[in-house]
Every structure is written in C-alpha cells, then in structure tokens.
Design a protein around this ligand. Structure first.
Ligand SMILES: CC(=O)N[C@H]1[C@@H](OP(=O)(O)OP(=O)(O)OC[C@H]2O[C@@H](n3ccc(=O)[nH]c3=O)[C@H](O)[C@@H]2O)O[C@H](CO)[C@@H](O)[C@@H]1O
Ligand SMILES: C=C(OP(=O)(O)O)C(=O)O
Length: 425
C-alpha cells in the first residue's frame, strides 16, 4: 500500500500552482455525452476521479484521448450501456452519468455512486428532477433504472440547494422538449462552468450562478472546446497551508472571488492576504487568533475546506468551534489529529478545537479526501515523520500533490509499505 511520509517543520516558500477544478471536471466530462461531435476540455486535473470518468465514457463506447490535462472526447459512437457497478462506485460524481445518458438516450442504468463517506448523501433531489422531466426511476438491486418515452421541460423546486442535483437536472434538461426551471438551484462556480460548456455546445441556459436557472430545450448539441476553471478548494487548501506553515507563499491560478469566504476568515484570524488578479500571496503568519466557522452553501464557507481549516485552528490562540451544516458528521479528521496531539473533540455537528498545540508526528489514516488534505497539512507542521495512509482518497482530488509541495520546500514522499503495516480504525 502507498503512503505519504512527511517530515514536518521545513520552511515552505515560493509559488504553488492550482490545477483545474475537480468538481467541474467531473461534470464537464459526462456533459460531453450530450454532443454529436467531439468535445475538447483543457486544463483538467490529473486525478483519479478524472481517469475513472474517462473509463466510464469508454465503457459506453466513447473514444477518449487524455494527455497533459487536455481531453478530447468523441461521443458519436456511444450507446446507453448499463453501468451497474465497478468504476461507478469509485467516485461520487458518477451520478452525472445518469443525467447525461438519460438526456441523450432517454434511458440509463447506473449503479449507486461512491465518493467520500461524509454521513448520509442522498440523491432524492436528482431523482425528483428526473421524474419531473418525465422519467420513470426505479432502484433495482443497487442500480438506478431511468426510462423515458421523451423528456419534457418542467418546473423543479429543490428542497436543498444541491450542487449535484442542479447540474444533473441541467444535463437531463438541455435536450428535453420545452422549458425547465430549477428553483432554489445551487450557485457554486462549478455550476456556471458546466453551464458555459453546455451553452457553447448549443444549449440555451440562463441564470446559472443564481438560484433560478432557466433552460430552453434544443434538438441537438455539438462539440466545442472549453477551458476549465481553477479549483477553488485546492486553492483554499494551499491558502490554509500557507497560513499555518508558510514562509511567504504565492498561490497561482486562483480566482480570488471564488475563495472570499475563506479569505475573510483568514483575515479575521489576523492573517495577511494579498490578492492579485489570478494570484494570492500569503506572507509568514504570526499570532493566529481563534475563530468560529460555520459551513454553508456557496458563497458561504465551503464544507470541503472545513477539514483542512481545522488544522489551522489547532495553531491559533484560544478556542474555536467549527459547525458543518452541510455534512454534520464530516469530522473524521479530528480523531487522527488527536493522535498528533491536537486538543480537539466532536460534539454533535461541531468540532471544538483548543489552540495553540504543537503537533507531533504519528501514523494516521485519510478516511476521506479532505481529511487526507488536513492530515498532510498537519504533517507539514508536526515534529517528526508523519505517515499518512489510505492516500487513494487524497489522489481522487489533488493533482500532482507531492511534486507541488516539494516545489515549495516540503519534505514529502510517496512510499510503498507492506499491507500488515496498515493501521486499522
Ligand atoms: C462532485 C461534487 O461536486 N462534490 C461536491 C458536491 O457534492 P454533492 O453534489 O454530492 O453535494 P450536494 O450539494 O448535493 O449536497 C448538499 C446537501 O444536500 C443534501 N442533499 C443533496 C442531494 C439530494 O438529492 N438530497 C439531499 O438531501 C446533502 O446530503 C447535503 O447535506 O457538493 C458538496 C457540497 O458543497 C461538496 O462537499 C462536494 O465536494
Ligand atoms: C466531498 C468531496 O468530493 P466528492 O463529492 O467527490 O466525494 C470533496 O471534493 O471534498
């Protein structure tokens, strides 16, 4: 099994570049299914979620060429093959195969999605949307069957402003007959990115990025070329790293507006943030002050940064509370941080962290993607050599992490250890 070994305490300095956004990539790739000619996507991150989606497109007959972040997808010979399990279970966003295959072929069979275990992650709002568009949806032996004679535009009010449901309904609705309105839509930047690709393919979409999206169905969509937006969660992870371990770090390829909730919190803690057009510079930080954080839908503080942020709070003066209103049980990093000497505990939907506590190296487990990112940051500031296990979760979402961190002076390596050395819960 592969693990990361990190020797903490090295001064981190220089420039670190952000890759394309994972949560856009995983929707843009399935969106290509809807076109009648090749789609090119540039700037994709080299992460396992992207490779798994490439395999899923190939499973249904797509021809895909992926090289240096550029993916050329020829969807012309795709067929609505069932995708019951296997690759589907490797990532959360395989649910976008439902909307895209249903949208193009009017029927689809897809296993239930995988992804990070953050507590319950229902897809009832996706299903509600597909049904409103005229699909019959059944769950048979762990696979979702979607069948429609034709898809017709509808008015859909989402009970929760779900990113996945918003995008999935857009994918299913762009080729439906007539007008679809999604109310209480999610507003994340990734939704705008997907709407931009679909519009450039010929779709008629208005309001992406607001809470009402209107889609006028069209008869066909064509290929196009698209450049993905930068990953605001990767950028945020590097900002947190720079604040807690940096000796002057520039984060390159970031849209500062996309990380404003984090920037505001960091400033509240006393951290200097210098914003450029596509760069953020964070000088060495001193005297971090405790703050409370509540995760909310965009533009609120993102749940995906809550776990990395908890490491920063172990180094602040005073006691901080993090409350995750999106995934109330998303605190598996806390037990691992306690192994590293953090003074932290979970109470209900909150984590309470007392600072400032020097962290000590330990062998820890990345239970999920952002818990893994949190443990890497913890390893960078801990005294000694930290071993992070289960890094396959981290590699679902961070492109070339080792190389990027080494580029700013981190001592981190990927090594293979025998299976018997793996820690169990
Ligand atoms: C691939 C992807 O883009 N993943 C992101 C996406 O996940 P994902 O799209 O799965 O998250 P959602 O925005 O759908 O979930 C938000 C909230 O709505 C609830 N919900 C969602 C759908 C549904 O049908 N019913 C329902 O109750 C969820 O349990 C959660 O409490 O947004 C999350 C919230 O920003 C991020 O943590 C994930 O990184
Ligand atoms: C939860 C995440 O991803 P996914 O939805 O793909 O599991 C994440 O990116 O933090």
């Amino acid at each position: 099994m592969d693990v990361y070994k990190i020797t903490g305490g090295k001064p981190l300095k220089g420039t670190i570049k952000v890759s394309g956004a994972k949560n856009s990539a995983v929707a843009l790739i399935p969106a290509s299914i809807l076109a009648d000619s090749p789609v090119t996507i540039e700037g994709l991150p080299e992460i396992s979620d992207v490779l798994t989606l490439q395999a899923l497109l190939e499973d249904i007959g797509g021809k895909v060429d992926f090289n240096a972040g550029k993916m050329i997808i020829d969807p012309t010979e795709m067929i609505a093959m069932p995708l019951p399990n296997g690759n589907v279970k490797k990532l959360r966003a395989s649910y976008y195969m439902m909307g895209a295959i249903l949208g193009r072929f009017k029927n689809a069979v897809i296993g239930l999605p995988g992804g990070c275990h953050l507590g319950p992650r229902p897809i009832d709002q996706h299903i509600k949307g597909f049904e409103a568009l005229g699909a019959k949806v059944t769950n048979e032996h762990g696979a979702i069957y979607l069948r429609a004679e034709e898809l017709r535009g509808a008015k859909i009010y989402l009970d929760v402003a779900s990113v996945g449901a918003t995008i999935n309904i857009m994918l299913a609705a762009v080729l439906a007959k007539g007008r679809t309105t999604i109310e209480n839509a999610a507003k994340e930047p990734e939704i705008i990115d997907v709407a931009t690709l679909l519009s450039n393919m010929g779709a008629e979409i208005k309001g992406a990025g607001t809470n009402v999206i209107r889609i006028e169905g069209v008869d066909k969509l064509h290929g196009t070329k698209h450049t993905i937006i930068p990953d605001r969660i990767e950028a945020g992870t590097f900002m947190i790293m720079a604040a807690v371990a940096g000796d002057g770090i520039t984060i390159d390829n970031v849209i500062p507006f996309h990380v404003e909730a984090l920037t505001a919190k960091l400033r509240e803690m006393g951290i200097d943030i210098v914003e450029g057009e596509e760069q953020i510079f964070i000088p060495k930080s001193r005297n971090l002050q405790a703050v409370d954080v509540k995760t909310l839908v965009y533009p609120g503080f993102p749940t995906d940064l809550q776990q990395p942020f908890s490491v920063l709070l172990t180094q602040a003066t005073g006691s901080s509370v993090i409350t995750d209103t999106i995934y109330p049980a998303r605190f598996k990093q806390i037990d691992e941080l306690r192994r590293m000497n953090a003074d932290a505990r979970v109470e209900g939907r909150s984590a309470i962290l007392a600072g400032s506590t020097p962290l000590q190296a330990a062998t820890v487990r990345a239970s999920d993607l952002r818990a893994g990112a949190a443990l890497v940051i913890a390893g960078l500031i801990a005294d000694g050599v930290t071993e992070v296990q289960e890094i396959q979760h981290i590699e679902r979402g961070y492109s070339s992490l080792i190389e990027k961190l080494r580029g700013i002076g981190a001592d981190i390596q990927k090594v293979t250890i025998p299976e018997e050395a793996v820690v169990n819960e």
